[in-house]
Structures are given as structure tokens and as C-alpha cells.
Design a protein around this ligand. Sequence first.
Ligand SMILES: C[S@@+](CC[C@H](N)C(=O)[O-])C[C@H]1O[C@@H](n2cnc3c(N)ncnc32)[C@H](O)[C@@H]1O
Length: 247
Amino acid sequence: MVSLRKAAVPGAFDTAAHAYDRLVDANPGYHEHLRLSAQRLGLPGDGAGLRLLDLGCGTGASTAALLAAAPRAEIVAVDASAAMLAQARTKQWPDTVRFVHSRAEELAAAGVTGPFDGILAAYLVRNLPDADSGLAAMRDLLRPGAPLAVHDYSVADSPRARATWTAVCWTIIIPAGKLRTGSAALYRYLWRSVQRFDGRAAFVERMRRAGFTDVHSETVPGWQSNIVHTFLGNRPSHRDMDAYRGR
Ligand SMILES: C[S@@+](CC[C@H](N)C(=O)[O-])C[C@H]1O[C@@H](n2cnc3c(N)ncnc32)[C@H](O)[C@@H]1O
């Protein structure tokens, strides 16, 4: 498989799911950075009474990060790859965490409806066939005023970040992925999809166009600095909407 269509990405994760945790565990900072993005949602207290969505939850790494940020919240964790979800379900979770098999584009049909008090989408939006409609759907799932954190690689704005990303992919990620799974296709797709993804400024603008307010980004420490970002924004509150309509 030389190129991977975005609609086929969950299928590629099905075949690589057994190796996913070992590969990301070898990536220094992977879990810490997910926890940072979950904390940046700024959820109140211990999450009691909140409903949160982890979209593209994979094997549950981002779900664990959400749970650490809001241990008493109800968490709905969704992924389109049955094999990634099967890995997630082998782990220990409180009864407040529920996994759902669905594409992000078909949540209502899978019974996943809002409102949510926060959404984390880690390494998902870059893989969606239509990022704009994906963001609009996430906005509509949020309670007015509630936050979205998109956690992803974005290198287009920085030649240094692009060079580091390419070097790390071709010397470590692609060879290690091929060694663990027998195929380099998903890891070559990862490299290429990040190269082609929005730069930081363009993605901030994309979130604004999708109707989010207070949009901004923060990066992470380590080799991923200026490569991995948390993009944050809120669904407009009722007060924002009234101000916008001039009331
Ligand atoms: C790189 S993994 C990230 C998993 C997890 N969020 C984490 O941080 O480790 C991307 C996940 O997005 C899922 N995915 C890709 N496209 C999707 C879509 N259209 N709808 C739902 N899930 C999707 C894949 O199946 C995969 O499990």
C-alpha cells in the first residue's frame, strides 16, 4: 500500500492495533503530552457531573489522559477501528468510561449525542476526510461555552519542525512501525499526512471559521516542541451569541 485514502485510515489501524501501545510507549513524552492537552481543556474540579467525549480514542491513551484530568467525569470514547477499541477494552476502566465503535462522521447513528462539556480529539482531525465538517460537528456536540482540544502534529509553519519530523519519521517511526507490524504503509502515511496538514496558523484559522471562539494553540516540551500542538477553542456561549447578534 503506497498511499492511504483518509476514509481507509481506521482500517489501517485495525491491522496495526496490536503494536500501537508498544510503539507509542517508546515515544518519549507521548502520554505526558496527551495529559497536557487534556489539562488544557481547563475542566472544573475533578470532573464530577461532566460529560466528556474522546474522539478517535484508539487504544485508550487519550482516554486515560482525559480520565486523569477529570477522574469523576462520564467519558464517551469513540473510534472507527474495532481492533484499536478491542485493545482499549482490555485495560481497566471505571464504569464511567464507555467505548463506542463509530466513525466520527456517523456519531448520531451510533447513539453518541451531545451535549458534552468538553471534547478531546487527539491525532484525529488530520485523518478526517473533511476536517471542516468534522470540526463543525464537534462544535455542535458541545454545550455552549464548552471547550475542544485538538491535539496533533503540525509542522508546515516551521522549516526546522518539518526537518525534524522527516528525520524522526525516516530514521525511527517508519522502520520501527515496519518491524512491529510487517508493513510501513501506515507510518509512511503518518509522515506524509503531517507534512500536508495545516500549519499552526492555518489550523487556528480553520477552527475560527468552524465557529469556535478564543482559539489559540500551545505546544509541548521535548523533541516534539513546535511539532505537537494543542489547539484550543470553545463553542460560543449564549452571551457570545447575543453580543454577536448585537443584543
Ligand atoms: C493515531 S490514533 C490516536 C489514538 C488516540 N487518540 C491516542 O492519542 O493515542 C488515531 C485514531 O483515530 C481513529 N480514526 C481515524 N479516522 C477516524 C474516523 N473517521 N472516525 C473515527 N476514528 C477515526 C483511528 O482508528 C485511530 O485509532
